[in-house]
Design a protein around this ligand. Structure first.
Ligand code: ATP
Ligand code: MG
Length: 439
């Protein structure tokens, strides 16, 4: 196959066969976020490179090696590697932080990172994320966790553990960094090259290194929780108390430091072991310093990003249920040329009231049309021949039961059609199905 016919490495197509999986996840994340009082925000796919350098952080892998940047007329732009920077930029630019706080927004967007593609790690991937700006309360941290938890539960996911940690504030961190530097100084030669560079600028980043050697060295490093100042310690305790009160299980995990520089206090990840090494399906935390660092007021904020590909992979792996794919409801089969305009007219009547209706557009023979209707998985079939046109009476065939019900093609066609479909639905569905909020 010619190269230009191949999608770029690390990108994916979602074909109509799989779109229902995405629609399921998007519907659940949207509805859940709204239940918690978050409203949708949409931001540009690219921003100035400087925005990401200043927010995500110069010492991070994302900024050092993973960004897709282009120079256009002297300005350097970068395809967003995550959603927080652009969202906070939009909040500032649109004066949202001068409105009633906290501001609570969510987004579903694509992100771009030049990484080595593997299962659960793509170069273009998708995130659902939420951001809350203007609350310093540890209950906000707990509430944000509840959003993620309710989404995972609604999707029917299991075996996902919540890991939490506190990485303190700049105050407690400076003492901690000193302790880390002292500890790692015994290993300067053994650490990977990237981590040697991290020693001075941000030694905590070493704890997040994926290299097995660095991981082993990091295992015995001093723990941030022993260095928290009183305010951070209290914040962490109240946050955990709120989770306890909600009966949420979690693991306090001092190795969770997050890959981005802007985090303070609470950080967390939801991790599954079901999809291999890339098992973090949701990651986030508090970033109290970011807005001020970007030139805004000092507004505490927090949020998370959820990797939708990883979420869907896990759902597939666990056999979770997706919403049914949308399929043809009625297929109309004209038997001859004269029946075509009538087929189109009837199709239009029902389409205008929201039904998915198709008719022959390929000049197929009658037999081929029957085969095609079958392939579409149509619920109903309506055959139109000269008799039907003359009498304005036809038969609506239920493709599942084979039952044929007389139907008028006159002015009352739409009502007659809807009556039949509704009656079948009530016969077919158990009460349980009808009450399922996902149906
Ligand atoms: P990791 O190193 O575990 O891939 P990260 O620390 O780089 O994650 P974040 O920037 O916090 O990730 O992004 C939030 C979530 O987005 C991740 O937990 C993951 O679910 C998803 N994610 C991040 N990078 C990718 C990627 N390259 N491909 C697919 N999903 C990703
Ligand atoms: Mg990463």
């Amino acid at each position: 196959m010619a190269n230009y016919l191949k999608r770029p490495n690390g990108t994916e197509d979602v074909t109509p066969k799989n779109i229902h999986k995405w629609l399921t996840v998007e519907k659940v994340v949207r509805e859940t976020a709204e239940c918690f009082g978050f409203s949708e925000i949409r931001v540009p796919t690219f921003e100035t490179t400087e925005l990401f350098q200043r927010s995500v952080g110069e010492t991070t892998d994302v900024v050092q090696k993973e960004m897709y940047s282009v120079t256009a007329k002297e300005t350097v732009y970068t395809l967003r590697p995550e959603g927080t920077a652009g969202t906070i930029r939009a909040m500032l630019q649109n004066g949202m932080l001068a409105e009633a706080l906290p501001q609570k927004v969510f987004y579903i967007l694509s992100c771009f990172r030049h990484e080595r593609p593997q299962a659960g790690r793509l170069r273009e991937f998708h995130q659902f994320g939420i951001e809350m700006a203007g609350s310093a309360s540890p209950y906000a941290d707990a509430d944000v966790i509840m959003v993620a938890k309710q989404i995972l539960d609604t999707l029917g996911l299991k075996n996902i553990s919540l890991h939490i940690n506190s990485i303190g504030c700049p105050k407690c961190r400076s003492k901690y960094f000193d302790a880390l530097r002292t500890y790692f100084s015994d290993y300067t030669e053994t650490l990977c090259e990237t981590c040697q560079g991290r020693m001075q600028r941000n030694p905590m980043r070493i704890l997040d290194c994926k290299s097995p050697i660095c991981k082993e060295i990091a295992a015995n490093a001093p723990k941030i929780t022993d260095f928290l100042c009183e305010e951070c310690r209290e914040h962490f305790a109240t946050f955990r108390g709120a989770l306890d009160a909600m009966g949420v299980e979690y693991i306090v995990d001092p190795t969770i430091v997050r890959g981005l520089d802007y985090y303070t206090k609470t950080v967390f990840e939801f991790i599954t072991t079901d999809i291999g090494a890339q098992g973090t399906v949701c990651a986030g935390g508090r970033y109290d310093g970011l807005i001020e660092q970007l030139g805004g007021q000092a507004v505490p904020a927090l949020g998370f990003g959820m990797g939708l590909e990883r979420l869907i992979l896990t759902m597939e792996h666990q056999g979770c249920e997706f919403l049914e794919p949308s399929r043809c409801e009625l297929y109309i089969a004209p038997m001859d040329e004269a029946a075509r305009p009538e087929a189109m007219r009837l199709a239009m009547t029902l389409r205008q009231s929201g039904s998915r209706v198709e008719y022959d557009l390929a000049n197929r023979t009658f037999k081929a049309q029957m085969k095609y209707a079958d392939k579409l998985g149509a619920d109903y079939l309506l055959v139109l021949g000269s008799d039907e046109l003359a009498t304005k009476q036809a038969k609506l065939k239920n493709m599942k039961t084979g039952e044929q019900i007389p139907i008028s093609l006159g002015d009352d066609f739409e009502d007659a059609y809807n009556d039949i479909v509704l009656a079948d639905m009530f016969r077919d569905e158990t009460l349980e199905n009808l009450l399922d909020p996902r149906s």
